[in-house]
Design a protein. Structure first.
Length: 489
């Protein structure tokens, strides 16, 4: 019998029913055989009786004796027929029903246990938001494909007809079917592209693409945020940082460059590049974070309109970070060029309204929604390069503290939004602002400096890169929100 899984069906969903059949057939089959043989014996005895009666009149003494025996045989077979057709079936039926009742009670208890295990497994996965974002095919899934040591692949390794707590692979090895008893310890693969999945799928997963124009500082922001978290996550927030080298990012190489005061080359990859790490409170389920980088040219109408449609990772994103290089705003760039050299900041020249229009249109098409429908996404809008002379006094920390010295975060966030919105209007980017505010469920403006200073050979020091990241993450992960609240952050 072929199965959809390379495993043996559970006793309770196959062999158990075979046993019930064998109990019933084993009990009544002998009765049927006895009834048939008794009926044949009656027919034979009846035939012998009349044959021998006829020979009595011929004064055949031997026939006379046989004639006396025939009624005895007839009575014996008749009694056996009655007993095997009525009495024995009643006895067999009673015994069989008792056996079947015991089996069904056992089955019922097992099925109740089966339901409880499934329920607990589903509740656990739901409460802990168990999921995985694949860095290769960009898809999101809840259960990987698990691989037995014999290399057979099990794509539905959960409590079911192949086993409740364990299932038996065709090779004979027993495989756990839940996270409670070690399913995550098996080798795990993406069900779509068969990429290797770390942690066996036992983690919550939060995907946050970082959007921005060319030379806006996306790569530096992502890597400096990770470097900052690696140093401070445990001491400042009580979160354990664990970098996951998926083989598709360049965190180790780029962090080495940044630590030595050198800026990495701009991203040219048109595919989303997943920088993955775990950020987990003590005793909690792992929280896997994916910060996704991509070339700014992807948001250029003329060069990236085709490629951007293939980035299905946007569909499975939990939130977005939108990077704005202040130097991509023409009037502000002209103003800054009068007081410092723009080449030191490698400013972006891509219009921010074009960039965000391309991005919004992509999401509309992916979710098949109309232009007047708001996108159900949270967006952290970050003005980078806050170390540009005079920018901090306009929209940065200094400006916020001057206008709202109250430490209450709601007031600070409101003030930050007011300053940044005023900045955009002042430099004729109101259309960008209106488009952004009318299309996304919630947005919050931030300022930061991913590098802290221009490239001068000294190690870079990130300023306020974590705040927008945590603003988004706290909206999504209750575990991280609780851990940060305990720290009074």
């Amino acid at each position: 019998m072929k199965h959809s899984q390379p495993a043996q069906l559970s006793y309770f969903f196959h062999e158990g029913f075979v046993d019930i059949y064998n109990v019933v057939s084993g009990a009544f089959k002998p009765c049927g055989e006895v009834i048939v043989s008794s009926a044949e014996g009656i027919a034979e005895a009846w035939s012998d009786f009349w044959e021998n009666i006829a020979q009595i009149f011929e004064f055949d003494f031997l026939a006379f004796l046989k004639g006396l025996i025939s009624p005895v045989k007839l009575g014996f077979y008749l009694a056996r027929l009655v007993f095997s057709a009525i009495v024995t079936p009643i006895i067999c039926f009673s015994i069989t029903m008792f056996q079947i009742s015991l089996l069904f009670v056992f089955f019922a208890i097992t099925l109740i246990l089966f339901g409880i295990i499934i329920l607990f497994d589903r509740i656990y996965c739901t409460i802990n938001v168990i999921a995985t974002h694949c860095p290769v095919c960009q898809r999101r899934f809840t259960l990987p494909v698990y691989v037995c040591s014999c290399r057979r692949e099990h794509d539905r390794l959960h409590p079911g007809i192949y086993g409740i707590i364990y299932r038996t692979c065709d090779c004979g090895r027993k495989l756990p079917t839940t996270f409670f008893n070690g399913r995550h310890k098996l080798k795990a693969l993406c069900p779509y592209c068969k990429n290797n999945i770390k942690s066996g799928g036992l983690h919550a997963s939060w995907c946050i693409p970082v959007i921005g124009g060319q030379e806006s500082g996306k790569t530096c922001y992502i890597n400096m945020t990770m470097m900052s978290l690696q140093k401070r996550a445990l001491s400042e927030y009580g979160l354990q940082f664990e970098y996951e080298n998926n083989g598709f990012d360049e965190y180790e190489e780029i962090s080495d460059l940044l630590s030595n005061g050198r800026v990495p080359v701009k991203t040219t990859d048109y595919r989303l590049k997943y920088y993955q790490f775990n950020l987990t409170p003590k005793g909690a389920t792992k929280q896997q974070i994916s910060l996704c980088d991509v070339a700014g040219e992807l948001f250029n109408v003329s060069t990236g309109s085709i490629e951007i449609k293939n980035q299905i990772g946007f569909r499975y994103a939990n939130a977005f970070i939108l990077i704005i290089d202040p130097l991509s705003i023409p009037q502000y760039r002209d103003e800054v060029s009068k007081i410092t050299s723009l080449s030191e900041y490698k400013g972006s020249r891509q219009p921010i309204d074009e960039m965000v229009d391309t991005f919004i249109n992509t999401l509309q098409n992916m979710f098949s929604i109309k232009a007047n429908v708001m996108l159900n996404s949270d967006v952290a809008v970050i003005f980078t390069k806050a170390d540009i002379p005079g920018l901090d006094e306009k929209i940065g920390e200094s400006a916020v503290l001057k206008k709202a010295p109250n430490p209450d975060m709601k007031i600070r966030y409101k003030t930050q939004n007011e300053l940044c919105e005023k900045f955009l209007r002042e430099y004729n980017e109101e259309s960008f602002l209106i488009n952004l505010k009318s299309r996304f469920k919630s947005i919050q403006f931030f300022t930061c400096s991913a590098l802290g200073h221009i490239e001068n050979g000294k190690p870079f020091t990130a300023l306020k890169v974590e705040e927008p990241f945590f603003w988004l993450l706290r909206k999504k992960s209750k575990v991280i929100e609780k851990a940060i609240k305990i720290r009074g952050k």
